[in-house]
Design a protein around this ligand. Sequence first.
Ligand code: G6P
Ligand code: MN
Length: 448
Amino acid sequence: MKKQKLVVVGGGSTYTPGMIMSLIEEKENFPLKSITFYDTDVERQEKVAKACEVILKEKYPELEAFHYTTDKEEAFSNVDFAFVQIRTGGLAMREQDEQISLKHGVVGQETCGPGGMAYGMRSIGDMIELVNDIRSYSPDAWILNYTNPAAIVAEALNRAFPEDKKILNICDMPAAIMVSYASILKREIWDLVPEYFGLNHFGWFTKLYDKEGNDLTDEIKSHILNHGFLPEDSEIVNDPSWIKTFKQVKTMVTDFPEYLPNTYLQYYLYPQEMVDKEDVCNTRGRQVINGREKRVHSLCDQLIENKTTDGAHLEVDIHGCYMIRVAASLAYNNGDTFIVIVKNNGIISNLQDDAMVEVPAQLTNHGPKPFAVGKIPTFYKGLIEGQLAYEKLVVAAFFENDYNKALQALTLNRTVVNAPVAREILDDMIEANRNYWPELNGNLKVKE
Ligand code: G6P
Ligand code: MN
């Protein structure tokens, strides 16, 4: 097996130590020659990188090189894979997005509703620049992108790089949900074969089989209806916010029993309930700043100080393992099936071809070979088309500097609906994102 050269873009992310643990766990499936971290934030990356150095020295002695850098040429030259996990504006802007939305009585969420739009308008420019940079130093590298909001980023990258066949956008949420299915079924996640369709953070499992083809869907549904649903992956199993989110799946399956929903649909199907239970002073972004970020940073401090992993609480999670197994399937032509984001092109036959959809695909070294979904029922088609129009309009607003399209996008979003509210949120978002968004021109409100 050829050993791979990997660059992790966004090396300072709080997900990086977990990713390193997953790379160690998966070293037989995805053996590495070198790992480089790249970030624009020197200090944030340095802390994480120095801690990862301690882990790698102990647990990956066969790795030939580990570097971290803020220099693009050093980072991107001669790599086989780039794992891209950036957050333009950081967690501070995530909190802003959530708070602005909530102040207007609308869902305040990282990737759903106005938060998703604001974050999308921040991410697109940096993502395009990154892809250009990676391509100038490593024209053939696989770019696995899990930067959020993945739906909007995927749409934008498809618009900017329509001919690039080696960019793949992925999200770990379907896999995190499958970890819970596996636990219900007392099986391994890798033994499960899903049927799924939708947009990113906006989709449904229609069937779940094992490798022998046994249909396990009803067993999961009746478990959810009778006993509820809980997170099981190590990263989220004890997190009160994720526990609440997974519990909401029972309500969704009760109301719409046809398919098994992605957890993110709660924001679109029960927006009022989501707003009511939020605390504007302690949004999810704030919880992550006070929780995961503090925890990971103190873990890093501990590793750096002790120079050993002894006594350190290190865990493998599905986020890392999923990305790595996706990469392995692309690198070694394994042809394994994963849920990924690809251009529709008839996969969902009654949806426009140029939608970026999230569906199962076989991954080979020629890229994803998605399975046909066929026609989807009216309810799902209606929901998807509204959300897709919102996503496309956000991207169009970015590329065309078009205020009107941004306003149309927010008005279409199920979490907003009211045009005057959409306008107020948009104007506040423009103000808060001055340093990040392109300037938007157009039908600005005439002041009375
Ligand atoms: C899941 C989603 C990601 C999202 C993350 C947020 O993993 O797939 O797209 O960024 O959850 O989790 P957090 O714990 O930061 O709210
Ligand atoms: Mn996601």
